[in-house]
Each structure stands twice: as C-alpha cells, then as structure tokens.
Design a binder for this molecule. Structure first.
Ligand SMILES: [Zn+2]
Length: 141
C-alpha cells in the first residue's frame, strides 16, 4: 500500500495496534464538545475508560492542558500504568488514546513504542492538515 492511499482511519488503526492500545479515537470537537467530556466521547473510549476504574481522569485539568499545551496525560496509581493520552490537532481534532504503559513513570515514552507512536501521530496530523481526505494517487509535483 502506498502512502498516498492511506487515510486517517488506517493510521489510527495502525497506531492502536502498534502501541497495543485499548482504544484510540480521533474526536472532532464539533461533535463532542470539550467542555462536556467525558460525555460525548466515542463509545469505544468510554468502554475503555470504564474498563480501567483505577484511571481517574481530572477532566478539568485535561481540558485546560489540551487548550494550553495541546496535550494531556493521565496515569492511574494501580501500578499497571493505565493511561489516557490526548493530543489536540489543528484546533478541531483531538486524538484520544486509552492504553497501558505508553508512558514511563517519569512521563517519557516507553522506548519500544516511542518511534511507532511518533511516526503515526505525525502522519495523522499531516493528513488532517490536508483537510482529512488526501486525494488518492500521487501528489502533483
Ligand atoms: Zn490502573
């Protein structure tokens, strides 16, 4: 498969597989108002969060960090490092990841998944910048 044939859904799927995430979703803030989160989040994310009751997200802090620093992390205290990571993209989208052990206790990325994570998130960000639907076929030179 050529890169030009890829789309955001494929990249999100690969990201979830490569980092072993419980759930990954790209959320359009026009569909799920950040002020109401976790209400309005896709069912896959809510199910994943329900599955990790140890992971208590401070949604007010998460919102504030997403709006200010464009990313937020929450990690549980149970020792298994259940985590929610969210990254804001282009003012409209938020990539939300519910997983286990993506980040080390010091907040750095787990070395075995860091490269895949970085590459795929960069790819998703690039596709969204192009309007979310890059045309198939080679790009004009
Ligand atoms: Zn936990």
């Amino acid at each position: 498969m050529r890169k030009d044939e890829l789309g955001v859904p494929q990249l999100v799927e690969w990201l979830a597989a490569d980092i072993g995430a419980t759930a990954v979703a790209l959320v359009d803030r026009r569909d799920a108002d950040l002020a109401a989160w976790p209400a309005g989040l896709p069912a896959s994310l809510r199910r994943a969060l329900d599955g990790f009751p140890c992971l208590r997200v401070d949604w007010a802090r998460a919102r504030s960090e997403l709006l200010g620093e464009e990313e937020t992390n929450s990690t549980c205290d149970c020792g298994e490092r259940h985590q929610l990571r969210a990254v804001a993209m282009h003012g409209r989208w938020v990539l939300v990841i519910v997983t286990k052990g993506l980040l080390l206790p010091d907040g750095c990325f787990e070395p075995t998944t860091a490269a895949d994570y970085a590459l795929l998130v960069l790819g998703i960000r690039e596709f969204l910048e192009d309007g979310g639907a890059r045309r198939r076929g080679p790009r004009p030179i």
